[in-house]
Design a protein around this ligand. Sequence first.
Ligand code: AMP
Length: 283
Amino acid sequence: MKTIAGIAEMKAITGELKSAGKSIGLVPTMGFLHEGHLSLVRESLRRADVTVVSLFVNPTQFAPNEDFEDYPRDRVRDSQILDAEGVDYLFAPVNEEMYPDGYHTCVEVQELQDRLCGRTRPGHFRGVCTVVTKLFNIVRPDFAFFGQKDAQQAFILKRMVRDLNMDTTIEVLPTVRDADGLALSSRNTYLDSEQRKVALVLSASLKRALEMVEKGEKDAAVISRGIREQILSQPLARIDYVEIVDIDTLLPLKKITHRALIALAVFIGKVRLIDNVIVEVQE
Ligand code: AMP
């Protein structure tokens, strides 16, 4: 695996690969890799001739009060893991080159960016869309791989690609979980053992919601109440949001009629965790 930090160098390599007719898969990450990231990497290795994994803790998607400084980082371990997977290029640019003095441009997917996580994290999806656009311009991927765990992010990026006529197909892969159900996240490392147990309430409450839907419940308020009650039974957990939304618009549903996204964000102490499931109802 070759590690590249310079944008010009990465663009030169991309240009050569394109001229040689190679397909490029990109897996954007903020590092501190886990099996969730690796599921995306493996899919890219299967689908594309050449796989580029980017590693960049993007400052513009963190608000000033968020965890940019504390975000877990382990470049050496990440690099070893990706090398062992057979990744072709690790692209790890530096802030100063991504956002040099005088940088003033951003990409926004209006309205969608304000829903769900966007309410608690204003500016977050603008930062995500901007950095992903930059990565797409540098790497020019045919495919880019994202996780369903960040459902709103994947949804917004698909819309961005469509709206701006970008030449990249966004592939979304299922959430990878620990054996006990907790969705893998680099932020799980912030949890102590007590909090780690409490954090199971995210996946457990979604599982209960799925069961309610399977038994025929379609009323979003009833399902949402079931989820909230379960989360509130944990004194260390604080609900940021629980929402049942239309899969095509991210707008709240009163009744589940076809496919819906049930998404939630919960604070365990200071750690904000997210999870979601897609439910399907037969008419
Ligand atoms: P991050 O490094 O947290 O920005 O995540 C990089 C990519 O990995 C994003 O597309 C995430 O949605 C994806 N990802 C993170 N956690 C998981 C998971 N548990 N399962 C599948 N994909 C994930």
